[in-house]
Design a protein around this ligand. Structure first.
Ligand SMILES: Nc1nc2c(ncn2[C@@H]2O[C@H](COP(=O)(O)OP(=O)(O)OP(=O)(O)O)[C@@H](O)[C@H]2O)c(=O)[nH]1
Ligand SMILES: [Mg+2]
Length: 351
């Protein structure tokens, strides 16, 4: 799953990207091309499972981040086509707002930027509608009428300053929409890049609250620069001392990665039965047991018999897999069982 990092020039996108991926800012910042990096999604449950099952390794779920060049929005300039295409291809977006410089006005930047996104979406929707209406002159099919109804709805929302992610669509409508890759329909994580002072004053929570009214988005206020410095410290002791001096309990990165993961509508189910690894598997919320089996391997979905299931907390409380079984905490679930975040699954199959 890929999250695109975007925002105005000099808002701290590449700094954030380096904090997330551990890449070297000096090495990449002056390259104007697109930066890509893959990151483990921190999950303390895996470490606990590892202690219990003692396999060879831990495999974390991953997120991919891409950092694009800043877009001078709201100046009558449209986005570079290459940048725009990268953002369209992303599954979700992270918008970085400058709240550290002397002239910072993050709320205004946010509105400018969202306006730019909305304008892009509006153009795409209107162009398509125009072509559609032409096609309809030679015959109104159900498919065309269906698409027109969806586009009308989108255009109305966008013209009234709304975002397409606020609209609820049926799975069918959703399918018809997908090809447009609308930017305002993508899950959005707002990162307010705060100054060292605001960080030291403990203002992060207060700032996040200012964005809580924006529907269907999540906000995190962090200092990208501090986070990048923390990420660069390999020595554990040094890291602890630095965090202490900044009044930070834990680096914000873990939370940020988890938020970007969750904003995609992903949950993790866990496996640990085999000798090789304990592992977190990303799946869409509301996936059933057969689909989860398929995430591991198509054979497991094809030959699915049942999923032995235990909630992570229940397994920990029981102390071992065997104890969980003896205490009746292990459930036998069928294909249609809706898998929950943190379910520890053992798939029985036959091919
Ligand atoms: N004080 C402070 N400066 C920051 C912070 N984040 C970024 N900067 C500075 O802002 C400048 C731009 O940061 P970048 O991360 O390169 O910004 P960008 O958004 O990637 O910029 P473009 O790619 O050119 O659009 C650099 O000089 C950073 O050191 C921060 O949290 N605090
Ligand atoms: Mg940059």
């Amino acid at each position: 799953m890929k999250a695109g990092i975007t925002g105005l020039p000099f808002s701290g996108k590449t700094t954030l990207f380096c904090a997330l991926t551990g890449q070297d800012y000096e090495q990449i910042a002056h390259h104007r091309d697109i930066h890509l990096g893959t990151v483990k999604v921190p999950d303390a449950r895996l470490e606990k499972l590892y202690e219990m099952f003692k396999p060879k390794k831990i495999t974390y779920a991953t997120m991919e981040y891409c950092d694009v060049a800043g877009q001078p929005a709201g100046q009558g300039k449209s986005m570079e086509p290459k940048t725009l295409q990268t953002l369209k291809n992303a599954d979700s977006l992270i918008v970085v707002l400058d709240s550290f410089s002397d002239t910072a006005d993050p709320k205004a930047d946010f509105n400018t930027f969202m306006g730019e996104f909305a304008l892009n979406d509006l153009l795409i929707a209107s162009n398509r509608l125009e072509r559609l209406e032409k096609d309809m002159r030679s015959g109104k099919t159900d498919v065309l009428l269906h698409e027109k109804a969806i586009l009308d709805q989108c255009i109305e929302v966008l013209e009234n300053g709304g975002m397409l992610r606020d609209l609820e669509f049926s799975p069918d409508d959703e399918k018809a929409l997908r090809g447009f890759q609308f930017l305002t329909r993508k899950p959005l994580l707002i990162v307010v890049n705060i100054s060292e002072e605001l960080q030291l004053e403990g203002k992060a929570k207060e700032i996040e609250a200012q964005y809580s009214g924006i529907k269907n988005t999540v906000c995190a206020a962090i200092s990208a620069e501090i986070e990048m410095e923390i990420a660069a410290l390999e020595d554990q002791q040094e890291r602890v001392e630095f965090l202490d001096s900044m009044g930070i309990e834990e680096p914000a990165l873990g939370r940020l990665i988890r938020l970007s993961y969750q904003s995609l509508g992903l949950i993790s189910f866990l496996t640990g039965g085999g000798p090789d690894e304990v592992r977190a598997w990303p799946v869409r919320k509301n996936s059933n047991a057969a689909e989860c089996a398929g995430a591991i391997h198509s054979d497991l979905e094809r030959g699915f018999i049942r999923a032995e299931t235990v909630a992570f907390e229940d397994l920990m409380a029981a102390g071992s897999y065997k104890a969980a079984r003896d205490q009746g905490l292990l459930r036998i679930e069928g294909k249609d069982y809706i898998v929950q975040d943190g379910d520890v699954l053992t798939i029985r199959f036959n091919v």
